[in-house]
Design a protein around this ligand. Structure first.
Ligand code: GLY
Ligand code: MN
Length: 466
């Protein structure tokens, strides 16, 4: 938790942006896994945490901009809770910790909102993504879940996005703490990468590192020798010599700031020549994005420059052909790179994605694309100092996609399908780091960078293998 003034000034900035109305911030509740008392790990809502700082379940924050008053609602625990879960602070003291002098029970919240609605105050809330919160907001506002989705406040979304997009020094420090844990996770995976372990074993071991340091993972770890499956789950298969292990994993600190990195390692410890060619091209794309990223630069332009560089490289390897610009305009490169170059990162690994990608990654100047591949780009707008974005190019050989395009002759003037066929069982390579946009350019977050240059990866494995 940051100091009290941080939350006071964040709420003041939000009030100034909104100008009026009643802003509703439901915190998250316990989420049963298989019966009510057996719950998933509690994860607080990121926007609630940003403005109200408290991790406890069952809280609800309200900022009454019209009357310049902030409230924290929630029920104090009873003796039964103390017996089973231990004692926690009262809602009033949780409120005071973040500079809020008004608090009340959930019943108080109900009557408070009934009164506000009667007085005609405008209610603003973010799009609810959990069903229990949809039900609660439904009860409080009299709306159905479908109406709630429509009624989410665009003004509040835009204001929250403005504030959360630019990270403070204290937030950067937290993200770097997550990166340090992520470094331990990834270097451990590299040390373990051998035919004597399964994908699950590596995933479990590295997720244990995140948990052992007090937080959790920032998303379910992708640990797979089938890197061509974008969000592939780890299997019980032992790693096979000659294949590549793709590990896309990150940590979340106790204050819920994330890291997100990907490394691709050769199971045998050395890349084959074919793997070296593709790896080197992905490495070049990663470094090109790092070099181009700077305040004022459109991330869409960085993405497209990386696509051009990738196309040039794939042409040299005989996998693509024709005019580079025409190939990229046609979207031919998306056979190999069906996702975007990167996304915002912060308290959510895909930061604020639940608020609507259009509002987070795009604006009046840059609109999302509908073309396959570029359509998956989650950020296109101009970068600002203080943004944290992932730099994650990849090259994949997806048999189902290759067959589909070949059958339809899709982008055929730019693709050498006979050569591509020889890579059918290659898998995929991705290299991902988290970039901080600085005053002049960008830097990779984390004091120690996880080895990613081809020679560094081979050397690290050779020296450190368990
Ligand atoms: N690291 C997973 C993703 O960015 O989708
Ligand atoms: Mn990512």
């Amino acid at each position: 938790m940051f100091d009290k003034e941080t939350y006071i000034s964040r709420r003041a900035a939000l009030k100034a942006k909104m100008g009026g109305g009643l802003l509703l911030f439901p915190g998250n509740n316990p989420t049963p896994a298989n019966y009510p008392n057996n719950c998933f790990h509690h994860r607080q809502d990121s926007s609630f945490l940003y403005f109200f700082g408290q991790q406890r379940e069952g809280l609800f924050g309200v900022i009454d901009v019209d009357h310049d008053t902030t409230y924290l609602f929630g029920d104090d625990i009873d003796l039964d809770d103390i017996i089973w879960y231990g004692s926690v602070d009262s809602v009033a003291s949780l409120a005071a910790e973040t500079g809020i002098s008004h608090s009340g029970s959930m019943a108080d919240l109900s009557s408070f909102l009934a009164n506000a609605r009667q007085e005609g105050q405008t209610l603003h809330f973010l799009p609810p993504y959990r069903h229990d919160i949809q039900m609660l907001l439904g009860e409080l506002t009299g709306m159905t879940p479908a109406q709630l989705k429509q009624a989410a406040s665009v003004q509040l979304i835009k204001s929250v996005v403005d504030l959360r997009s630019v990270k403070s020094q204290a937030e950067i420090k937290e993200i770097e703490r997550a990166c340090a844990i992520g470094n331990k996770m990834h270097t451990t995976a590299m040390k373990l990468c051998s035919t004597s372990v399964t994908e699950h074993f590596i995933a479990g071991t590295i997720e244990g590192i995140a948990l052992s340091l007090g937080g959790m993972v920032s998303f379910p770890s992708i640990v797979t020798t089938h890197g061509e499956v974008m969000h592939g789950s780890p299997s019980d298969n032992y790693l096979e010599s000659g294949r590549l292990l793709l590990v896309d994993a990150g940590a979340e600190t106790t204050d819920c700031y994330c890291s997100d990195n990907t490394r691709t390692s050769p199971v045998s410890g050395r890349f084959t020549n074919k793997q070296k060619d593709i790896y080197t091209l992905v490495e070049e794309c990663h470094d090109l994005a790092l070099q181009l990223a700077a305040p004022g630069v459109k991330w869409l332009d960085v993405h497209m420059d990386v696509c051009r560089h990738m196309t040039e490289g794939l042409k040299q390897l005989g996998l693509m052909k024709g005019d580079t610009e025409e190939a990229v305009q046609a979207g031919a490169h998306a056979l190999f790179l069906p996702h975007g170059l990167g996304h915002m990162m912060g308290m959510d690994v895909h930061d604020m994605e639940g608020l609507g990608q259009h509002y987070v990654g795009f604006d009046d100047e840059v609109s999302p694309s509908s073309q396959f591949g570029t359509a998956s780009l989650r950020l296109g707008r101009r970068l600002q100092e203080g943004f944290v974005v992932t730099d994650e190019p990849g090259i994949y050989f997806i048999p189902a996609l290759i067959d589909n395009w070949r059958q339809k002759n899709h982008c055929a003037p730019f693709l050498n399908f006979d050569v591509i066929e020889k890579y059918r069982d290659f898998g995929g390579i991705r290299i991902e780091d988290d970039l901080l946009i600085t005053d002049k350019g960008a830097r990779i977050l984390g004091r120690d960078i996880i080895p990613y240059h081809l020679q560094d990866v081979e050397d690290y494995i050779a020296k450190n293998k368990y």
